[in-house]
Design a protein around this ligand. Structure first.
Ligand SMILES: [Zn+2]
Length: 141
């Protein structure tokens, strides 16, 4: 029902909807980046639940701390905190650009669908990275 009603909207209304959606996404990204610029997540209580339960470095906390360092221009510290996240930023930027371009044109962004072999490779890489970064010796610690 909702899809057919959306399809009945006039082109200008759909364009307005997509651009409003894009604007809200931009505001959310700007607020998140502003918060991570002003506040170092490493100093925030409470500590990470995953880290406190397992003793392992959490990939999400590492990414937020790396983002804080990147926003302050410290690439090396960001790489140390979460290298996979930092190295995937060009891909994330490309996906963001694709979303921006498609949505601005008034079209539904369908993202990029991974096929099973690609999904398997990505999952293995993420799992490998999660294990390697928690090994207690150089160069992983
Ligand atoms: Zn965490």
């Amino acid at each position: 029902m909702a899809i057919s009603r959306f399809a009945e909207l006039k082109t200008n209304d759909r364009l307005l909807y997509y651009r409003l959606k894009l604007g809200l996404t931009g505001v959310g990204v700007a607020l998140g980046a502003g918060f991570l610029y002003l506040v170092n997540p490493a100093t925030l209580p409470p500590s990470c639940l995953f880290h406190s339960m397992t003793g392992w470095n959490c990939p999400f906390c590492g990414a937020t701390r790396a983002t804080h360092q990147l926003l302050h221009g410290d690439l090396m510290t960001a790489l140390h905190l979460n290298a996979l996240f930092v190295l995937s930023l060009p891909l994330l930027a490309w996906l963001g650009w694709s979303y921006l371009r498609t949505t601005w044109a008034g079209q539904e962004w369908r993202g990029y669908r991974l096929k099973l072999p690609q999904t398997t490779v990505v999952c293995v890489l993420l799992l490998l990275f999660a294990v390697l970064r928690n090994l207690p010796f150089a160069p992983f610690n």
